[in-house]
Design a protein around this ligand. Structure first.
Ligand SMILES: Cc1cc2nc3c(=O)[nH]c(=O)nc-3n(C[C@H](O)[C@H](O)[C@H](O)COP(=O)(O)OP(=O)(O)OC[C@H]3O[C@@H](n4cnc5c(N)ncnc54)[C@H](O)[C@@H]3O)c2cc1C
Length: 1294
């Protein structure tokens, strides 16, 4: 099936059906199509699918786990008029969506997401009471005419509004494509045989049972959400499949004497609908279990999974972290099993049902027919709770379900059932606790006894699989406590402490998103067709949303072969031998390449330290050892899994701590001494003289890039050793250089091209050669085009992450809180090679001051060499890590000396002209302006008081509000990189083609460049076009990184345009009334060149990091401040981000829509970094987080529902093109504001519990960290961990 043709044709037809809804639907359909493409390129499809008419009924479509995130290039404006590409995160799984209504059902989810992002026009303005809509006289306006500030530039409040869109109309739901329904196969019985797979689709129930009897090892394929994972990741053989979806007996639902009978063929969505129906029809007392099923389903996977996944699949899978199984167990539900030979039996879902890890007592010839859930009675109570790493679309860490029957007269517990998921290899019924609690009196003592019993029965060993032993037990206990209070409240049993407490967080959060985007309109005098400064939509926005935007994987090259890596199963050791035999026997395998195909000594990386393939020594888990070449991507993958490796493991160095102990560094240490700015030698102060000193250390975790498009490339060999490389990468030049180097060919024989990339975030800055070199070697060896695309699973293992850091500090302050002296050491976990670790460390060091003036500062940087994939660039490039340590230090000072942290900050803010420790003088230093404006916009002082009041009234829910400032220096750390080239070609029809060295990765660079070119040439923007970035158009270009894409490339384009204008000048003079076209043609006729190459540089002065002497490193800095308010559930560690306000200084914005999109996206990405995203690596270096199932980035639900971004007015920048400032990286650190707000809430809980002293709270603030920092009577029941070294923890703190 051609993913492009079928779908786009179909959607195009739909567009024509209804032009009215095209606005919304074109986005939504594009969304699906795009997702489909993304999915399709990453899935395994059963051999039977793809070339047969049955394709049309067994319609493969899986858009699972669509998680809409506002990231780097993200903005919800995608859905509005100003479209900026949105960074979407999709789980890519191989799932058969067989349901005929599937497509329509998917739309429900997408539509929900769509409305998550809608802007409410009537309220929620970040200006609060000062909103112009409240105060009609305000100077702010949301329409174009009134509202001047400063008499020149108007302030606008919103970039776009959805109010013009047609409202949702259910009749316009897309139907399942009729042409995909072939001969009514969807309702017929049939068997289908293709290659080694047999597919049965019975319609008759008896046929189903007979098939299961005759084929006991056949798997039933219901929603395929579980099987697909086994297929994709474990390459399981599925020779026989039975699809029971057409058997109507599996859909029976009724209320019967024993409870509610629900056919397990129903999807979870259908089951939920039935449950809701019953909740409306039955009495409140009867539906207590049903209500909890309904509530649990809301947090069960995402809409897309629920739309296909079945209850039977969930029960049969017997996952220990199933969300429903604890409910079935606690509710004493039964499962109805049926077989051809023995007939129907009913089986309790209890301790005898789940026999072991993913094992049940269901026999091989049995089918799960239904589940029967008892209805509750008046004296019965039920509740279920789930806690996951992320609230939405995530599997549970622990799920608890509780049932109790209490005698209303005696308050004696007659029956209690407690079940937990996530606490053992199976869903667990707490039999001992239950038996001891039955017959007891419901009282405060009952709670204490229950907590003690549960903590004993559910105790987990310190190194338990899955880790988090203490947290998981705390959750189990906290859930019981919540249940206890809930039942006490229902019983009106007021003798119990805290019974009045409301334990549910997020109650006050509005459903819709309230957002404002405040920016200044261009000056009235600006020419109407001069696009600079206007909020133009992303030039590819429509194509992104309709799916027409072409990415690397969309390019099909004739005769292309495919490559898949064979990777290392260990982190450190020796490779003894490789056996390719089994792989080479697989049909479709062409051959392999490995270290013996690489020239001796050829290594990749700026420092020539990264082997293309392992030859002898393995240095990280996932390291490429060889690559299989095959006719198809999936065959290559499967063959790679069949290669046998003989390895000998050695003990790896995984953590910073281990590296420090082993003196394992990648390079010598760097230093900065601020005293060298004024002195010849380093001044060392006597620290014993300082009266107030704080000293501490904090850890900050890494971050996976999780770009939407995984890394991929195509290499096409041509004559004379020429290679054409098409790649998804941020640096065509590095790819170019590395391939030339490793293949021993001149650079002029290679052209490297990028059309656009689906997100990079730094992850595609230096890693392109890891793919391009092997693909080029293979293209050479087999003389065929090669495609190499990494599965997410491999991408996350191979390509490195943001560097984890440990930040050590010693700070002296005077009696007024002024920072006198700083000793700061930043230590990074660099992984196995240098990659960009040097630059990352240097940037961390020059941001260690953040926005504060220190009397003296000595800053050291150490880069640890470990057995991990080489950590690499990531938006912020070390800056956020450097600033994080500093902000923690400020907090430490404030808490240790009982000072107001905001006052401390204000006292130490940089002032105009101040010099940083690394020798840069700050001009146009806008930190105080952004701080003050953010404080005002967010109504910080008033809300701080409200937070204090809330905290005094709520014992287990706490709020925190915080302000965080940032400064970010603009420019590459390496001088030579601060240059760019451009090529501008003018054609005789007046159209202009611009090429430059920057990559479009959704951040809007090409849009800004078009604006710049249009202004420079004084022509409408429509006349200018950009095709792609290529090394044969602009040579030696730097990576699109360091936020300087538009600064650098914009200058180069400006230079080229200037040359062309100069050449046109005589013709303009000659014919002043003529227009662009005439002048261009006159130039042509007079044999004047209409092409020009431009060049641009930006300021840089190198700092001497070996001796510590500073310099005017950057041309300028970008400033910003964020205010965040959060609410924390101290019993579970869950939190909600209630509101965020940001004021950002972008100078005179080139494009406010794109800049605000960048700010929103960067904030959310930073929020993920500091609160949620956790890379998990085992102590032996095995990477656990290798996909969206285990690694969680923020979802739509995590975006603050009140989100206000304001661009600082009246700011300019003489160092930036057209007075603008760079924006890609600077706002990312503001995401830490949410972390600090969470820490404030945790602190409030700790203070309430008598713990007033400063506490170490590492980043990210995961639910586990939050809960374990909230020490209380529950955590007292949790045994301490054994001494370090006496056990192997599940994960290492890298
Ligand atoms: C992205 C994602 C998120 C998820 N999130 C959650 C979550 O939050 N909470 C949670 O609990 N689970 C979660 N899951 C797991 C998921 O819910 C289960 O995998 C799903 O319920 C399985 O149902 P299915 O119909 O897709 O099963 P399938 O994949 O079709 O089948 C799974 C197994 O069940 C067997 N089977 C199917 N039907 C029958 C039957 N009638 N009789 C006997 N055996 C049968 C099959 O033979 C197979 O072995 C998630 C899964 C995904 C992919």
């Amino acid at each position: 099936m051609d993913p492009g043709g079928t779908f786009i044709d179909y959607y195009t037809r739909v567009f024509h059906i209804n032009n009215e809804t095209i606005n919304i639907w074109s986005h939504l359909l594009g969304f699906i199509y795009f997702t489909y493409q993304q999915y399709y390129t990453n899935c395994v499809v059963l051999p039977s699918i793809g070339s047969h008419p049955a394709d049309h009924i067994v319609f493969t479509l899986s858009i699972f786990g669509m998680q809409i995130c506002m990231f780097l290039s993200a903005s919800y404006h995608t859905f509005g008029c100003s479209s900026i590409v949105m960074r979407q995160k999709w789980l890519k799984m191989d799932v058969f969506g067989i349901s005929a209504g599937l497509l329509g059902m998917y739309l429900n989810g997408i539509y929900t997401a769509f409305f998550c992002f809608q802007i409410n026009d009537t309220n929620g303005c970040g200006m609060g009471e000062n909103c112009c809509k409240v105060k009609k006289s305000s100077s702010l306006s949301d329409d174009a005419t009134p509202g001047y500030t400063g008499g020149e530039r108007k302030r606008k409040l919103q970039l776009s509004s959805l109010s013009d869109c047609a409202p949702y109309d259910a009749t316009q739901e897309i139907i399942f494509p009729p042409e995909l329904k072939h001969k009514n196969f969807d309702s017929l019985s049939f068997a289908y045989d293709h290659h080694h797979t047999k597919w049965y689709q019975p319609v008759d129930y008896d046929d189903l049972l007979t098939l299961k009897r005759e084929l006991p090892h056949a798997r039933l394929i219901s929603g395929n959400s579980e099987l697909a994972i086994e297929l994709k990741f474990r390459f399981i053989d599925l020779p026989v499949l039975i699809n029971p979806k057409q058997v109507k007996e599996l859909y029976v639902k009724r209320v019967e004497e024993n409870g509610v009978y629900m056919g397990t063929g129903m999807s979870l969505t259908d089951m939920d609908r039935y449950v809701v129906k019953l909740m409306n029809e039955l009495t409140v007392e009867q539906v207590k279990v049903l209500q909890n099923i309904h509530e649990m389903l809301h947090w069960f996977a995402g809409t897309h999974v629920r739309n296909v996944a079945s209850v039977s699949g969930n029960i049969a899978t017997a996952s220990p972290i199933s969300d429903l199984n604890p409910i079935w167990m606690a509710a004493n539900a039964q499962v109805v099993l049926d077989s051809a030979d023995r007939g129907e039996r009913r089986c309790c879902i209890d301790e005898n049902f789940f026999l072991g890890y993913r094992k049940t007592c269901i026999r091989s010839d049995e089918v799960i027919k239904a589940v029967v859930v008892p209805l509750t009675t008046k004296n019965e109570h039920f509740a279920a709770y789930k806690q996951a790493q992320r609230r939405e679309d995530d599997i549970a860490i622990v799920t608890g379900a509780f049932f109790v029957k209490i005698n209303p007269d005696t308050f004696i517990v007659e029956k209690i059932r407690i079940a937990f998921g996530g606490m053992a290899p199976t869903t667990k019924l707490t039999l001992t606790t239950m038996s001891k609690l039955e017959g007891q009196f419901w009282s405060q003592g009952f709670l204490d006894q229950a907590l003690s019993l549960l903590s004993e029965e559910m105790k987990l060993p310190a190194g338990v699989p899955g880790g988090m032993s203490q947290y998981r037990l705390s959750l189990a206990l906290s859930f019981f406590f919540k249940f206890f209070l809930k039942v006490s409240k229902d019983l009106n049993f007021m003798e119990v402490q805290n019974v009045e407490q409301n334990l549910t967080i997020g109650n006050t959060i509005p459903k819709s998103l309230n957002a404002t985007q405040v920016y200044q309109e261009v000056n009235d005098k600006q020419k109407y067709d001069d696009p600079v400064g206007r909020p133009l939509k992303h030039v590819s926005g429509d194509k992104h949303t309709t799916g027409e935007a072409v990415y690397c994987d969309d390019i099909n090259v004739a005769d292309c072969l495919h490559i898949a890596f064979v990777t290392s199963p260990i982190a450190h050791g020796t490779l003894n031998s490789i056996d390719y035999t089994a792989a080479l026997h697989l049909n479709g395998v062409i051959g392999y390449i490995d270290a013996y195909d690489v020239y001796t000594g050829a290594q990749i990386g700026h420092h020539n330290d990264t082997p293309v393939f392992v030859k002898d020594e393995i240095t990280f888990h996932g390291q490429p050892i060889a690559a299989i070449v095959a006719t198809d991507h999936e065959i290559a993958r499967k063959a790679a899994s069949l290669v046998k490796l003989d390895t000998a493991a050695k003990k790896p160095i995984v953590t910073i701590k281990q590296a420090l102990e082993a003196d394992s560094f990648i390079f010598k240490h760097f230093v900065i001494h601020s005293s060298l700015n004024d002195n010849e030698t380093v001044v060392k102060n006597d620290w014993s003289k300082y009266e107030r000193v704080v000293e501490g250390s904090i850890d900050m975790g890494g971050q996976e890039h999780f770009y939407l498009e995984t890394q991929q490339c195509i290499v096409i060999p041509h004559e004379d050793d020429e290679l054409e490389i098409i790649i998804s990468n941020q640096c065509v030049n590095d790819v170019h250089i590395e391939v030339a180097k490793c293949l021993g060919i001149a650079q002029h024989k290679i052209s490297t091209t990028v059309k656009r990339i689906g997100g990079g975030f730094g992850g595609k800055e230096s890693t392109g050669a890891i793919l391009a070199v092997p693909a080029s070697l293979a293209a050479r060896k087999f003389n065929k085009p090669m495609k190499l695309k990494l599965e997410r699973f491999d991408d996350m293992a191979i390509t490195g992450t943001r560097h984890p850091f440990t930040l050590q500090y010693k700070l002296a302050v005077d009696e007024n809180g002024k920072f006198i002296d700083l000793d700061y050491t930043a230590i990074s976990n660099s992984g196995h090679t240098m990659d960009l670790s040097m630059g990352v460390m240097q940037r961390a060091m020059v941001h260690a001051d953040n926005v504060y003036k220190f009397g003296n500062a000595d800053i050291t940087g150490k880069m640890c060499k470990t057995h991990l994939a080489s950590n690499t660039a990531f938006r912020g490039f070390g800056g956020p890590q450097g600033m994080f340590g500093t902000e923690i230090m400020v907090k430490h000072v404030a808490e240790q000396f009982n000072w107001d942290h905001d006052e401390i900050r204000e006292k130490n803010f940089y002032q105009e002209g101040d010099c940083t420790p690394f020798g840069m003088h700050l001009n146009q230093c806008n930190v105080t302006r952004t701080w003050k404006e953010c404080k005002t916009n967010s109504d910080y002082c008033k809300r701080l008081e409200e937070v204090k009041k809330f905290n005094s009234e709520n014992k287990f829910r706490k709020r925190g509000i915080y302000l965080t400032p940032t400064r970010f220096g603009i420019g590459f750390g390496l001088k030579q990189l601060n240059q760019a080239g451009a090529l501008v070609l003018v054609y005789t029809d007046g159209s202009v083609l611009v090429s430059h060295g920057g990559m479009e990765m959704g951040q809007g660079l090409h849009t800004k460049i078009l604006q710049i070119a249009a202004r420079c040439l004084e022509i409408p923007i429509e006349k200018v076009h950009i095709r792609d970035t290529a090394t044969d158009k602009v040579p030696n270009s730097s990576a699109t990184a360091a936020s300087v894409g538009s600064d650098l490339n914009g200058l180069a384009v400006q230079d080229a345009c200037r040359q062309i204008l100069e050449r046109l000048e005589p013709f303009k003079k000659e014919n002043p009334e003529g227009g662009w076209l005439e002048w261009v043609n006159s130039a042509y006729v007079n044999r004047v060149s209409l092409s020009a190459s431009g060049f641009g540089i930006i300021h840089h002065e190198p700092v001497d990091f070996f001796n510590g002497k500073g310099a005017e490193l950057f041309g300028y800095s970008v400033y910003g401040t964020a205010a965040c308010e959060v609410e924390v559930d101290c019993l579970t560690g869950d939190h909600h981000l209630l509101r965020t306000d940001i004021v950002m200084d972008v100078g005179e914005s080139l494009n406010p829509a794109i800049d605000i999109g960048q700010i929103e996206g960067a904030f959310i990405q930073g929020y993920g970094l500091f609160t949620m995203e956790e890379i998990k690596i085992r102590p032996d270096g095995i990477r656990l987080t290798r996909g969206p199932g285990t690694y969680k980035i923020p979802s739509a639900d995590d975006v603050p529902k009140n989100f206000n971004v304001s661009l600082l007015g009246n700011s300019s920048n003489k160092m930036g093109i057209f007075s603008s400032k760079a924006i890609g990286e600077p706002p990312l650190f503001l995401g830490s504001c949410a972390f600090f707000a969470i820490r404030e809430a945790v602190r409030a809980y700790r203070v309430q519990n008598g713990k007033k002293e400063y506490f170490v709270f590492n980043s990210p603030s995961t639910p586990e960290r939050i809960r374990m920092a909230c020490e209380d009577f529950v955590t007292q029941h949790v045994p301490a961990l054994p001494e370090e070294g006496s056990y192997t923890p599940w994960t290492a703190s890298v």
